[in-house]
Design a protein around this ligand. Structure first.
Ligand code: PRT
Ligand code: MG
Length: 216
């Protein structure tokens, strides 16, 4: 039997993937939160997990560094998803991509005025397409995290970021003003792996699909 390698990030994706893995008979041998290992074995001799940064999952799977991966729609959209088969929306790690501004800013008025806004985001592609569709001219500022800080120090007028509970926005005196798209995580599969290792990969896809259809 050949080795099946699954790339995923620790944190929320790992936690929410555990029940899906269990349904496929896969139990991680270690907890990536406490282990420093980047390759984690499982109870199945033919399955191992790679722990990578969330944004690196598509790259590993595209290049065959992993056969399967789990990545947010945000990450896949920014990456482009070339060469990846995306058979399943896993309905995990759900949140929304939103535009947010400082609570004292009248965003609607700025839009009506046709003001040229500075927008800070990690999601440059999603942001560019969103504002282009609205016919708004914006200057995008690429950040790698903590976007919520940018409007507080005058670096940007608005941010494009993920929101789940809304707690981070509230804690930083920001409010969401536009909903760009719902986000959840997808299963991605290397296309060559799917052909060569279908007998092992298809049952994993089917087990995940069964959990999703039950509504997890
Ligand atoms: O953390 P790291 O820099 O390593 O990478 P990452 O942030 O890309 O990874 P991780 O593990 O934090 O997120 C992995 C995936 O989870 C993302 O790609 C999303 O698809 C999904 N996801 C779901 C989220 C959230 N919910 C989420 N709330 N990713 C990030 N957040 C952040 C958001 O950016 C904001 O800073 O949480 C904050 C807001 O949360 P609330 O609950 O306060 O609204
Ligand atoms: Mg994070």
């Amino acid at each position: 039997m050949s080795q099946i390698t699954i790339a995923l990030s620790k944190g929320r994706i790992f936690e929410e993937t555990k029940p899906l893995l269990a349904a496929a008979g896969i139990i991680p041998a270690e907890d990536p939160e406490s282990s420093r290992k980047l390759i984690i074995g499982t109870n199945r001799e033919d399955v191992r997990l790679l722990i990578v940064r969330a944004t690196d999952v598509p790259t590993y799977v595209q290049n065959g560094g992993a056969d399967l991966g789990i990545a947010g729609k945000d990450v896949l959209y920014e990456h482009g998803g070339e060469g990846l088969y995306q058979p399943l929306d896993l309905q995990i790690a759900k949140c929304r991509m939103m535009v947010a501004v400082h609570k004292d800013v009248d965003y609607a008025a700025s839009v009506r005025r046709g003001a040229r806004l500075k927008v800070a985001t990690k999601y440059v592609k999603i942001a560019r397409e969103h504002f282009a569709e609205k016919g708004m001219h914006v200057d995008l500022i690429k950040l790698y995290g903590s976007m919520e800080l940018a409007p507080l120090v005058g670096l940007a007028d608005a941010i494009v970021d993920l929101v789940s509970t809304g707690g981070t926005l509230r804690a930083n005196n920001l409010v969401a003003v536009e909903d760009i798209m719902p986000i959840s995580s997808r299963l991605v599969v290397n296309q060559a792996s799917l052909k060569l290792k279908r007998a092992q990969i298809q049952p994993i896809i089917d087990a995940f699909a069964a959990v999703v259809s039950k509504g997890n």
